[in-house]
Design a protein around this ligand. Structure first.
Ligand code: ADP
Ligand code: ZN
Length: 707
């Protein structure tokens, strides 16, 4: 591995080692070769191009489709002390010109650009004049015409290779499926690139799916209040109306929930997104229009109030939870109504027949996934062609195994009811017939005279609906393609009808059993630790506000968690926390150390009195340097401790510093002359032309206060 890459990882990013294939990918680019990277969200894709861009000569050009994402990445890099900038439509002409000048002067390590700007003759002309370290094509699945993130400009990106054949390129995406991957490779002319395909497992996400028994909204509220009252999350709904209503309703329950959908004015959407990024505990209620380009790492839950239209969509949407690797929940509630609605939406779309059939098929797979009685994670990964040997222990079916029952006879009754009524009716009507309801409509059709009329009183109507839903999920019934919601028999229902096949179905529990109390991103049983956690979060929030960046750009939750666990006492220890690089050490160590210090002192005043400890060692005859080394703090800190002791009268000034009477007078005069009530030492230091160290000045001042 290239030494400089590892060095940058440690000093700039503050991480100790590369993850997974990061180092191989980085090496590939440093060597000047191309790469295609498929890695799940949160896998650490950004480092794969950021580090080689910094190692290689010239500027790394990153093509990124979303403005919010660019801004986020650039502010994070700037916090790390990296020369990074972006060019997009939010900049005015002067700002853009300034960045172009920096680019031409070779003063940028990384430049993020929107694809439409990338392809302008003006920008391509600029690129001809500079050294380019690499091209990174982020969200590369945007070249795929079938995906819902399709960007026409992405297709033109193949000309990069023609115009700049020597420059290494890296295409990255978290979209897992093979057709998309092949499309990326062929459209971007990357067939010679090495492919890096990571596992798509997201072990920190707990998957939970329950059936909607008409109580979805209450269940959602319970889930949030019980498990994520203080967290940021996303709630997905199928329609704009439902988005609005749900957001409003959650607000009446005391939560901060903001709607987000394509029908809102752009300004308002922008504002809601911004609040989601900048504030703590904001819940976004959205249609799928929200999410791509949201890099917020501490989204603790993603909830679906409706079923997504495919497993791909489910994976992508739930994947927005827990990018930081800390525990997160993917929670979903769905019902038969979703399936019918989705079918209707698909049917009314403009797509051709072949495309529609694919979509139907994907929906069917999604439904099957919802009805799984085995491990969800295994099912999810299997769909993407990955094998997980053991069940995961972190999904609803693992946490509370599903009970099944022999539903063969009941299924036969349901299937016969569909058959006898001519495959022209929906679930509600069929259940009425099976239960022998005394209804005008049934009589008008003469269905009260059918053999299936009233043969189903062993189940209540909820249970019957569940049976029908599962029959659809098992593909024994299908919902009419015209979208009227009437059920049709499928080929595969024959063996069950004839009694040649037993059918096991899941037993519905009345309540979602998997709710766990008090699960938080930071899970601790110690009250004192959660006090410190809150104090650190408050400190981070304040710093974020004064720097005008989202809190996670200052430090991720994972870094704060480590601070709570290790409680660093000095800069050296602080620098060893993962996520603390040189720039952030310089900028923020003192603020966070002060929070930790005051926490420790509050907890344990005598034993941890750090001043007293320094004093004791000093009195025992140790020099300041030895004390500093033994206590693993800086000598200047020991001086500060001793100055406090001088002020308290515990020791004398000349016990600590060795200066003449004349020198003492000079310092005292300078202190008095520069005194403006702010107790700053800098003016004193300057007034004395830097003849005395700050430590000496501090002790003299302490002696003056004591006297
Ligand atoms: P992706 O773009 O693949 O979704 P990111 O690049 O945003 O993922 O990285 C996800 C998180 O993992 C970020 O918080 C990032 O700082 C962190 N991360 C990435 N690489 C490492 C590493 N080698 N060690 C520790 N943390 C890492
Ligand atoms: Zn599982």
């Amino acid at each position: 591995m290239d030494d400089s890459a590892l060095h940058i990882l440690k000093t700039t990013f503050g991480y100790q080692e590369f993850r997974g294939s990061q180092s191989a990918i980085i090496q590939q680019l440093i060597n000047g070769n191309d790469a295609v990277v498929l890695m799940p969200t949160g896998g650490g894709k950004s480092l794969c191009y950021q580090i080689p861009a910094m190692v290689r000569n010239g500027t790394g050009i990153i093509i990124s489709p979303l403005i919010a994402l660019m801004q986020d990445q650039v502010s994070s890099l700037q916090q790390l002390g990296v020369n990074a900038a972006y060019l997009n439509s939010t900049l005015d002409a002067a700002e853009a010109a300034d960045i172009e000048n920096r680019l031409l002067a070779g003063r940028l390590d990384l430049l993020y650009v929107a694809p439409e700007r990338m392809m302008t003759p003006g920008f391509l002309g600029l690129l001809e004049q500079i050294d380019i370290a690499l091209f990174a094509i982020d969200e590369a699945h945007c070249v795929s015409q079938w995906g819902h993130d399709f960007r026409p400009e992405y297709i033109q990106l193949s000309i990069l290779h023609e115009r700049f054949p020597q420059i290494p390129r890296i295409a990255l995406t978290a979209t897992a499926d093979e057709p998309t991957r092949n499309e990326i490779i062929s459209r971007l002319d990357l067939s010679a690139a090495q492919q890096f395909v990571a596992s798509f497992d997201r072990p920190n996400i707990c998957y939970r799916i329950t059936q909607n028994q008409g109580n979805a909204r209450d269940a959602l509220l319970r889930f949030i209040l019980n498990e994520h009252e203080h967290d940021a999350g996303i709630v997905y709904c199928l329609s704009r109306n439902k988005v609005e209503q749900t957001a409003e309703w959650l607000c009446t329950k005391g939560l901060t929930a903001l709607p987000y959908h394509a029908g809102l004015p752009a300004k308002k959407r922008q504002k809601h997104q911004q609040r989601f990024l900048m504030e703590d505990k904001v819940i976004i209620v959205a249609t799928i229009a929200f999410g791509m380009g949201i890099d917020k790492p501490d989204v603790r839950f993603v909830a679906h109030l409706n079923m997504p239209k495919s497993i791909e969509a489910y994976y992508q949407e739930t994947g927005r939870a827990g990018r930081d690797g800390l525990p997160a929940d993917a929670w979903m509630m769905y019902g038969l109504q979703d399936v019918i609605k989705l079918k209707q939406m698909m049917d009314s779309s403009e797509a051709d027949e072949k495309h529609k059939r694919t979509e139907q098929h994907k929906l069917q797979s999604m439904l099957g996934f919802c009805e799984l009685t085995s491990c969800r994670r295994q099912g999810l990964l299997r769909y993407f062609g990955e094998q997980l040997e053991q069940s995961c222990g972190n999904c609803d079916t693992c946490l509370s195994p599903v009970e099944t029952w022999d539903a063969t006879v009941v299924a036969q009754k349901a299937l016969s009811a569909v058959h006898r009524t001519g495959q022209r009716f929906g679930v509600t009507y069929l259940v009425d017939v099976l239960q022998g309801k005394d209804m005008e409509r049934i009589k008008n059709f003469g269905h009260d005279r059918l053999s299936v009329y009233g043969i189903g009183d062993e189940l209540d109507s909820h249970q019957w609906r569940s049976v029908f839903r599962q029959l659809i999920a098992h593909n024994l019934l299908s919902v009419d393609i015209e979208g009227h919601g009437n059920l049709l028999l499928t080929e595969s229902c024959r063996p069950v009808l004839r009694g040649e096949q037993t059918l096991m179905l899941r037993k519905e529990s009345k309540q979602a059993k998997t709710a766990r109390k008090g699960r938080k991103s930071y899970n601790t049983s110690k009250a004192s630790d959660s006090q410190l956690w809150e104090a650190l979060r408050a400190c981070r929030k304040q710093l974020a506000e004064s720097n005008n960046v989202p809190p996670y750009v200052i430090f991720h939750d994972a870094t704060l968690v480590e601070m709570v666990e290790r409680q660093p006492q000095n800069r050296e220890q602080f620098s060893r926390i993962s996520g603390v690089g040189e720039s952030k050490l310089e900028k923020y160590a003192d603020d966070f150390l002060a929070v930790i210090q005051s926490h420790v002192e509050q907890l344990n005043p005598e034993k941890t009195d750090t001043v007293a400890e320094s004093l004791q060692l000093f009195k025992s005859g140790m020099t300041i340097e030895v004390i500093a080394e033994q206590r693993n703090i800086k000598p200047s800190t020991v001086y500060t401790h001793l100055a406090a002791c001088i002020e308290q009268g515990d020791i004398k000034l000349n016990d600590v510093v060795d200066i003449s009477e004349q020198e003492l007078t000079a310092i005292q005069e300078a202190i008095l002359a520069t005194d403006d009530g702010q107790e700053k030492l800098r003016p004193v230091y300057d007034a004395l032309d830097g003849m005395f160290e700050y430590e000496v000045l501090r002790c003299v001042r302490a002696a003056m206060t004591a006297a």
